[in-house]
Ligand binder design. Sequence first.
Ligand SMILES: NC(=O)c1ccc[n+]([C@@H]2O[C@H](COP(=O)([O-])OP(=O)(O)OC[C@H]3O[C@@H](n4cnc5c(N)ncnc54)[C@H](OP(=O)(O)O)[C@@H]3O)[C@@H](O)[C@H]2O)c1
Length: 247
Amino acid sequence: MKNYLPRPDLLAGRVILVTGASAGLGRAASLAFARHGATVALLARNEAKLEAVYDEIVAAGGPEPAMFPFDLAVADDRSLENLAGTLAHHLGRLDGLLHSAHQFFSLTPLSLQTLEQWQTLMRVNLIAPFALTRAVMPLLQQAPDASVVFTGETHGHSPSAYWGGYAVAKSGLETLTRIWSDELASSESLRINTLIPGQVATTLRARTYPGVAAETLPSPEAVMPWYLFLMGEDGREVRGQTVECHT
Ligand SMILES: NC(=O)c1ccc[n+]([C@@H]2O[C@H](COP(=O)([O-])OP(=O)(O)OC[C@H]3O[C@@H](n4cnc5c(N)ncnc54)[C@H](OP(=O)(O)O)[C@@H]3O)[C@@H](O)[C@H]2O)c1
């Protein structure tokens, strides 16, 4: 997939919701999806940063995006259903959902991780992705070719010391992907996968590996071929998988 060359209008006419759209991989994916024709619904907490991404998309000539300032840490079924209703009202359809938002505290031994931290880690990294997907499922099921992409983490796939609740939540996304794909086995028009980006130069990586120079890591743009492949029709046969980026 490293050399995947998406056609310029790969996502034309599609509406894609991206969580964590204000920074890092979610921002890069929003720009890439818009560059390939998608109308992107941008979700994150920081409105000013969302506006900056909105402006970048419009300045590049992409379809006008929509902004959803929203805190996944305090989301409940009602607020998520309201979000789905607003999205349906303003954009009329939903063809894709990329879950890129995440909450990370620090790398620490389990003995130092608190119940409150675990609750937040589970809410933002596992429960909200599940509940948001469920809330927009009726919209996704109306789309002719819909794709849901959860963002996994290497240490959720192959756990190791100090990744604690973050890795546990991320491993849950892979389990969720498989259960949901099993339940949707008869649906040819909707697929769900987990994508593990690997090490990418973002603020998260600067916090988890502060000693590694950002210039030595792939940029968020370098992994976009995988995101575009899974979101567009070329990835149609990939279902219920955990896909790892190898740049
Ligand atoms: N970077 C890597 O090397 C790497 C490696 C493996 C996996 N990943 C995964 O890739 C994804 C993106 O990582 P990243 O490095 O791009 O992270 P990032 O640069 O830290 O961006 C995180 C995004 O999540 C949003 N966010 C955080 N808490 C939120 C909340 N409560 N509600 C709504 N939005 C929230 C942030 O926006 P606001 O602050 O505006 O809310 C921001 O847009 C994550 O799921 C991460 O696990 C990254």
